[in-house]
Design a protein around this ligand. Sequence first.
Ligand SMILES: [Zn+2]
Length: 280
Amino acid sequence: MKIFIETDMEGVAGVLDHDNWCQPAGEQYPGRYYDLGREFLTREVNAAVSGFYEAGATEVVVSDGHGAGGINPAVLDARAWLARGWGGWPSELDESFDAVAWIGQHAKAGTLYAHLAHTQWFNYLDQSINGISIGELGELAVCASELGIPSILATGDEALVREARALIPGIITVAVKRGMTRDDGSALTTDEYMHHNLGAIHRHPEVARQLINKAAYEALSKLRAQSKGWGIIQLRAPYEHITRLRPDKPGDSYRIDKAQHPTSVIGVMNAPWHPEPYQP
Ligand SMILES: [Zn+2]
């Protein structure tokens, strides 16, 4: 059994904000705890890698999906392969994989009670495929579904867990923290939205890892017992992908991008990008 793990930083227990924990120190961000954030993510990933091997995995590929990089290769479980470098959708996934999992994933832009919610960058208001709103989890999950690969495990904050369960039938989930922000931030600019969803109550990182280890074991065991009937998003061609963007700063316009593809959801995800101004 060959497993693909997509990773991100904002949905990791103990990762408290964007500017200090998810970005390297430099002119733009203080990045005080970025190295610790990468270690926390990598240790959550290791917990999943162990759980998958205990349940019979033969190969695990870990994709570093965080913009600035989130995996510390020196800490990563030696049994895992590490994938990095963007070549378009479906990332490094192909038909040779038996299952997809997410570790450290955050909820989509505009989600209530989500910690560090966003999609791609903090400029997204929303993104949909055939009218179904999706975030970063959904982007890869729709591609995996087209390839016939089930999505079996997702870990992140409670809002990400709600999102995963609503989108993917039967998926196993772990919530490692709970976001506290009570409004969706739809009226905010990109910069304001980046600092909008900072409140959360976190599990201890060690407890989060124990839960993730158990859930990974459970998810792959479930797949080995029941290979069909769960983990796949049912979509029908033709496909339309719509993305709406918020103003980057006061006075900028909202923008919208629309793309169509007659037969392939992977095709529409890779369509050329030409957002145009619009009035919401
Ligand atoms: Zn992300």
